[in-house]
Design a binder for this molecule. Sequence first.
Ligand code: ZN
Length: 411
Amino acid sequence: MSVSSQLLQKYARLIVRTGGSVQPGQVVQLTISVELHEFAALLIEECYQAGAKKVNVDWQYDLQNRLNFLYAEQDVLSGVLPWEEEKIKQMTVDLPCRIYIASEDPDAMNGIDAEKLSAVMQSRSKVFKPYRNMIDGKHQWVIAAYPSVKWAKKCFPALDAEEAVDRLWDAILKTVYVREDTDPVEAWKAHTDFIKKKADWINAQGFSSLRYKSANGTDFTVGLIPGAKWEGAGAVNALNGVFYICNMPTEEIFTSPMAGQCEGTLVAVKPLSWNSQLIENFSITFAGGRAVSCRAEKGQALLEQMIHMDEGACMLGEVALVPKESPVNQCGFLFYETLFDENACCHCALGMGFKEVLPGGDKLTVAQAQAQGVNDSIIHVDFMIGADDLSIDGLRPDGAETPIFRNGTWA
Ligand code: ZN
């Protein structure tokens, strides 16, 4: 591997200090692939250097998961054992800082019965969701990435394994501002300040809706929830006031729009990877806030299946603004990993929205947030609509218009 140990050290430190913002006396829950045990050790040491009380590791292995789904019965996989429930219950006591390292093979679950996958997920989530709701907003968490060979080969199929991993490393480090000659912690401060400034600006505008237009056929208007905030860059742990960064990289500011209030067509500018399969060259048309038709050159049936997953799957849960100069976009390839792909350009997401964007939202139940217009669904699927010529205007209740984006970037 050609990434220097000095860079790896910087990256580990960035994830722990800036991303998770691990505080003295905190428990850390690290979730990482067994293949990355050496990087795991770097992270664990950084956590203790930052004063962590204890670091617990959840070791993951793509292939184990795949084999379970291939051979074990659905109801066996759907069950939650008592110790598994005790483990997540303990998290409501410890409120650990959670660090998740994404490195999965995008094709890991290729060929696995999609219905089995979603049935198992649904059934296990039912047990875990109440505990997740209890820790929501009260702990710090961060997702960052590490290139596995299989992931890298998926991005660069023509290269040999070593070259592919090098290329992916290069891209990842670029997008998270880790370089030999600078301090990434400082770089992130400047970066998050910039994003925050943009979010503050748009929050002060009082827009009631957004209008999107592009020569590719995008012609779309979406209503916003009065008083809902645009967020970006990071979040604050409501319990201890600690600022942390959930996603590395992050380039977006986002909000949840008014569910059931959008009209027109959105044309995707990048393929969408869903359940290990690709949907390409597609558009979705909305009426009365719901997706009423869609067209895809590839993956038409898959796209339709996605939109019909449940009641809320045909409505939007997120609109996000990302300028086309984003370092992820400049990498110029599809990462097959939402953490990156959603930070390439402007996007929307079908499905679940974020109650945190509502004033006092962290204290609302899902049903209460829904009543105020935040969509709910078992899916949340981002798709990219940030064409190079995309223009977005903000409309106010009195009809006044302000340009937000011109030619794919901040106006
Ligand atoms: Zn997003």
